[in-house]
Design a protein around this ligand. Sequence first.
Ligand SMILES: [Zn+2]
Ligand SMILES: [Zn+2]
Length: 372
Amino acid sequence: MSNTDDGSRPVPTHARSLVFIGLERSPPYILESSKIPSELEDGEVLLSIELATICGSDIHTLVGQRTTPNPCVLGHEGCGVVVKSSRPDVQEGDKVTWGICASCDNCQFCSLGLSNKCENLIKCGHVLMKKAPLFGTYSTHIRCPRGTPIVSLPPALTPQLAAPINCALATMVNAMSKIPPVPSPGERGASVALVQGAGMLGLYGIALLKESGFSKIYCIDVNLPRLSKAAEFGAIPVHPDQAWPYATEPNEEVIRPDSVDVVFEVCGNKDGLPQGVRALRVGGTYVLIGLVHRDSRMNILAQTVITKCLTLIGVHNYTGKHLEEAVKFLSQHHDRYPFSSLMGPVYPLTQFRNAVEAAKSGRFFRVGINPQ
Ligand SMILES: [Zn+2]
Ligand SMILES: [Zn+2]
């Protein structure tokens, strides 16, 4: 099954991939073998996938809440080993993660530092195979096209720790870059944050906020097991039923109005927006991250945003710079938080249906796919 590549390293001739073929088919995917060319395109990198993870957006594709072209190799979260590289900065044998947005580095958005919104964007796990043949992670191999950020992983970051870096963690690093710097101790008292949602984004957000100096972080979610995980990460867990009406006395368990510096929305539920706006102090910052779907019309008063002098910011994906910071952050702090407890069961590609069912059950923060 292997070529020899200029006598040095064997390169596989074929990849086996889970290909999305459209919702009118049942199941909407097939396991397919496809040829790997012996020569890579300019700027391309071929990787062998060590571990992939199922993200909520993959489930959205499979249940029709998100439009994905087909045929397309599904999956975007994962990590792998470089098999062959046509880039001088990426070496064969390197363990790496990669950015989900391959960009042109040439258009107006790339020059504005928004390569995640590149006019010629190629998005991992959401691209037609004829445009980028193997740019998805539910596959033995992935071909990262030119313009894909690729970052080496230190040995301490096991595949279980590293696989979700290139979606949830890098996105939250981008979210952190949008908030004002935390004042130094004594300058203006404590910094307080509210994280709406205790999923993968929320937990990474809690760790990032803590390490940047926030002294109090509330996390709100309807799911009690998730809330207790948020508490393990150091947040004050709050169930929505407890949060309102506001306390008249300061209370660790209840979020007071006009008291929070920063709110991260990572729950995808628009009904939390009035609550976030009420919790923010004058001049506070609201970062919207999770509401990436059509049922997201905002039910807040512009008047309140204006009179409280709030800043509302949207964050979608991230750039290569954020991915590098994400790898650095996890390398430094992976043993200070229970990150390794976030990985649920791992399935082979042949059991993709079971993996999807496990992911849909909501019992695990992440379900893994080992395609080898
Ligand atoms: Zn994702
Ligand atoms: Zn561009």
